[in-house]
Every structure is written in structure tokens, then in C-alpha cells.
Design a binder for this molecule. Structure first.
Ligand code: CP
Length: 309
């Protein structure tokens, strides 16, 4: 029982069976997080390097904690503190890390395809912690884990994803994961924040946010990614919230007790109001906890794959 590839680069590469294997393993790992001593020896003697070229709180910290809970040596490097700032290439940096007997290289990078580029050139297992506008596979895995954990299944769910889909690797990875697992994804947001090919992605696109949310089992709001916009793509924050921000009125259209999700970090009062963020329907905090369990499961399963070679 292990993953087919040495690396975890995308949801696209995973079969439905592999996704379920990760979710099942994360269920076991989550039990470790509730024990007084959060310790396993699955990664004893292994090394994990977090190489982040974009800001992160949840992903970087949860990978670091996951590795430490499993007994690995875990270190963080950011571009500002590395020799990249002296002109070293990404590849030379990665090979340098690889030559220190690194087992796992976890990378976030602004360029789509950066993780895949390195995976072919290093012997460490590369895990994509978000590459440009491409994919954020571990986020989607923790999201579908949270849905399954709360709703009991992932079959024929209606999942509404609202907001900046154009720049969102979370949208792309969730769409792939949910459709592979038999659920339906509806999307809505400003036309300027939708991929041009949104109707060909397999998602149901509607200009009317109410139609996307109507009868949904899950409503996920996405962060507006100002850092990826070259110019203003919506008129004003107030107007954005009025039409697309999640609040009590919009969520009433979804199923009773529908889950409210956000990958974080959220802009309160823009993508979602504070009352809903903190409501009983919100599982945003649980998404964070589940992120540690999912990352433990991925490290565990990739390590089995490495040991099997
Ligand atoms: N969701 C997510 O990737 O959060 P961070 O940017 O804090 O890692």
C-alpha cells in the first residue's frame, strides 16, 4: 500500500483509489494529534526540507509539525535567507539540498510547474506545496478530507466554490479531487476572475452566485489573490462583498447545516463576514487541524513508496 509516484505534484496525477488511500491514512494520523504525546516513529532518521518562495503560515507550519510529530529532522528555507539571493538557480539550490541526503523536499513557488521540474532532477521526494496558478494538491486533500469527515461521504455532493477561480490553484486542485471522487462542483464569481475555459473544466459555471449556492452541501469561498493581479479586476471591495462575499443571507440558500469552508488566509468582510467565519457551520478551523493529518499521511505513504524501491 503506497503511492505510485515518488513525488506528490498534483491531484491530476492521483487516481481516485490513491486519494482515498491518503484520506484513510489521514484518519489514522488525526488520532495521533489527539493523543497527549503526539509522536510516531514512521519517519525516524528521515529529513524534510521546506523550501518556500511565497508566504505561507498553514502549509509550511503544518508540514514542519507533521514531520516533527513523525520523528523526522525538519528544516525551513525561504528564498530571502538562501543563496538564491546571491544568484544561485532554483535547480542548483535544489540539487544542493538533495546532496545533503534529503528525503523530502517540500516546495512552494510562484511559477506553475516548478515542483515538477525539480522532481525529475532530484532523488528526494518532491511535494508541491503550491505552484503558481497550477495546483495546491495538499490543500485539496485536506479539504476533501474535511468534507468526508463531516458529511460521511463524497458521493454526489454539490460543492459551490465562490470567488477568484482564475488565480486559484486551490480551485483547480479541488475541482480535480471532487470530480474524481464523484461530487459536483459549481463555481461563481466576477467574470474577470473566472478562467476563460471555465465551462470546459468540468465545473458548472453560473454568473448568479445564488444559483451556485442553492442546495449546496458545501460552500467554499476563495481568497482574492491580489498578489497575482496585474491590475484591478473588480471595482471595489464593498461591491465584491455585496455580490460574492459569504454572509447569512447567501448561506441560507444552501442545505441546512451546509459546511462553510475557506482555505485561508481569509479577508474577513471581503470574501466572508466574521459572523459566518465563526459560526457553527464553519469548518475553517478544522481545515487547519486536518491539514496536519493530511500532510502526515502524505509523508507516511511517500516514505513507504521510497522504502519499496
Ligand atoms: N491555504 C494555504 O495555503 O495557506 P497558507 O498560504 O497560509 O499556507
Amino acid at each position: 500500500m503506497h503511492l505510485k509516484s515518488k513525488d506528490l505534484l498534483s491531484i491530476e496525477q492521483l487516481s481516485a483509489e490513491e486519494i482515498v488511500m491518503i484520506l484513510d491514512s489521514a484518519k489514522t494520523m488525526k488520532k495521533v494529534l489527539t493523543q497527549p504525546t503526539k509522536k510516531t516513529s514512521h519517519l525516524q532518521g528521515k529529513s524534510v526540507v521546506n523550501l518556500f518562495f511565497e508566504n505561507s503560515t498553514r502549509t509550511r507550519l503544518s508540514f514542519e509539525m507533521a514531520a516533527k510529530y513523525m520523528g523526522a529532522a525538519s528544516v525551513n528555507i525561504s528564498s530571502s535567507g538562501s543563496s538564491i539571493n546571491k544568484g544561485e538557480t532554483l535547480l542548483d539550490t535544489a540539487v544542493t539540498i538533495d546532496m545533503m541526503s534529503t528525503d523530502f523536499l517540500i516546495m512552494r513557488h510562484r511559477e506553475s510547474g516548478a515542483a515538477e521540474f525539480l522532481a525529475k532532477r532530484v532523488s528526494a521526494s518532491v511535494i508541491n506545496a503550491g505552484d503558481g496558478m497550477h495546483e495546491h494538491p495538499t490543500q485539496a486533500l485536506l479539504d476533501v478530507f474535511t468534507m468526508r469527515d463531516k458529511l460521511g461521504h463524497l458521493d454526489k455532493l454539490k460543492v459551490a466554490i465562490i470567488g477568484d477561480c482564475l488565480h486559484s490553484r486551490v480551485f483547480r486542485s479541488n475541482l480535480l479531487a471532487l470530480t474524481k471522487l464523484g461530487s459536483e462542483v459549481w463555481v461563481s464569481g466576477p467574470a474577470s476572475l473566472m478562467p476563460l475555459d471555465v465551462k470546459q473544466t468540468g465545473a458548472h459555471y453560473t454568473r448568479h452566485v445564488e444559483e451556485a449556492i442553492e442546495g449546496a452541501d458545501v460552500v467554499m469561498s476563495l481568497r482574492i489573490q491580489l498578489e497575482r493581479m496585474k491590475c484591478g479586476l473588480f471595482p471595489s471591495v464593498n461591491e465584491y462583498f455585496r455580490y460574492y462575499g459569504l454572509d447569512d443571507n447567501k448561506i441560507k440558500l444552501a442545505k441546512e447545516n451546509a459546511l462553510v469552508m475557506h482555505p485561508g488566509p481569509a479577508n474577513r468582510g471581503v470574501e466572508i463576514n466574521s459572523a459566518l467565519y465563526e459560526s457553527d457551520q464553519s469548518v475553517i478551523s478544522e481545515q487547519v487541524t486536518n491539514g496536519v493529518a493530511i500532510r502526515m499521511a502524505i509523508l507516511y505513504l511517500l516514505n513507504l513508496r521510497r522504502n519499496a524501491l
